[in-house]
Design a protein around this ligand. Structure first.
Ligand code: NAD
Length: 361
């Protein structure tokens, strides 16, 4: 059986605490199935800045390229907030996305039945929510040219960013989204601002063209402002959403709130040969080092790694089910704790899920 190389880039803050729990679950899968995973750790983010002066050393980039998948934690923290742009921790993640051509970011947002009361929205609104945001990740407003700032002699200034897309960039993320929708409930909402933006008109045109190759998928076009409202009004309307980089950044965070806690949300970034899997949350400096962070987002990210990079959907299903069972048994980390449930720490939650995964084989 071939060996799968997995780069483990834990990063900073609670990234250092939750990533080992996700790795532990993968080790349980390996032991139970005979699969062979080879883990290699690399420096990224603030940890890399402290050790090497930059947010991602060449050795980490090479490690990432030579791996089959990347298990990523989170980067950043107050210690590095004042660093110049090119030496900010998040530059490490941006460099990886670029180097690996990760153009599609998949963020599921699911309201777990037993956590419905952790959501800030009413049960009647949020119950049954199960959607996936596919965000374009390497183009659009965050990368378009021209970009920059000019300072005027009179003390004023002008700054510009550009939302630019080629039809090729739109087509590849649209195909990724249709593929995701095909594995789900076969409904896709393409979100744009075509009533105002020319780039959105091209987006709409290309997505409509790609749809012809996916006759089983029901496609609708939704304006981004309407989508933002609908997500908090009738989130159950949505199955798969595909959208531009900035719109996707905002909408996927909005969708995250539906699930109750950032600690529950995994993500995958796909594109080239190597996929990157990370919890949606950041380094949570307010709770870092206390052993209380919720490892479920990281563990569900490991499940996505098995599903999307290693073709091991059955093992991913077992992990998803194990997480549900542990929650059903009433165990909770502090972020989702409620009266009548049992409070556990990061490692204990990881152990409980590991035990359930082990039992499932
Ligand atoms: P955050 O996600 O780190 O934290 C937001 C809130 O959610 C905090 O109250 C935190 O305690 C809580 N939280 C997050 N994850 C949790 C978990 N697993 N268990 C329990 N509670 C959890 O966002 P932030 O505070 O805006 O950012 C903190 C740092 O993380 C910043 O430096 C930011 O740049 C960085 N960040 C990194 C990434 C990334 O690496 N992809 C993403 C977002 C933020």
């Amino acid at each position: 059986m071939s060996t799968h190389r997995i780069a483990v880039l834990a990063g900073d803050g609670i990234g250092q605490e939750v990533t080992p729990q996700a790795q532990k679950i993968l080790q349980v899968v390996a032991k139970a199935t005979g699969a062979s995973f080879e883990f290699e750790a690399g420096l990224v983010g603030g940890a890399a800045i402290d050790a090497t002066g930059g947010p991602i050393p060449e050795s980490t980039l090479r490690l990432a390229e030579q791996s089959d998948a990347i298990l990523f934690g989170a980067v950043g923290g107050p210690k590095w907030d004042d660093a110049p742009q090119e030496r900010r921790p998040e530059r490490g993640l941006l460099a990886l996305r670029k180097e690996l051509d990760l153009f599609a970011n998949l963020r599921p947002a699911r309201c777990f039945p037993m956590l419905v009361d952790s959501s800030p929205l009413k049960r009647s609104v949020v119950e049954g929510t199960d959607l996936m945001v596919v965000r374009e990740l390497t183009g659009g407003l965050y990368f378009g040219e021209p970009r920059g700032r000019e300072d005027f002699a009179d003390g004023g200034a002008r700054a510009v960013n550009t939302m630019a897309y080629t039809s090729r960039e739109i087509e590849r993320v649209a195909r990724a989204a249709f593929d995701v929708a095909m594995k789900r409930r076969k409904r896709l909402a393409s979100v744009d601002k075509a009533n105002v933006l020319i780039v959105s008109q091209l987006w709409r045109e290309v997505v409509t063209r790609v749809a012809k190759d996916y006759p089983q998928v029901q496609l609708e076009h939704v304006l981004v402002d309407n989508c933002a409202m609908a997500l908090v009004h009738t989130p159950t309307h949505f199955d798969t959403i595909v959208t531009e980089n900035t719109f996707g950044d905002i909408l996927s965070d909005e969708a995250a709130i539906l699930a109750g806690s950032m600690g529950m949300l995994p993500s995958a970034s796909l594109g080239g040969r190597v996929g990157l899997y990370e919890p949606v949350h950041g380094t949570a400096p307010d709770i870092a080092g206390q052993g209380i962070a919720n490892p479920i987002a990281a563990i569900l990210s490991a499940a996505m790694l098995l599903r999307y990079s290693l073709g091991r959907g059955g093992d991913a299903d077992r992990i998803d089910a194990a997480v549900l069972r542990v929650l059903e048994q009433g165990y909770r980390t502090r972020d989702v704790y409620a009266d009548g449930t049992t409070l556990v720490g990061t490692t204990e939650m990881g152990d409980l899920i590991a035990r359930e995964v082990e039992r499932s084989y």
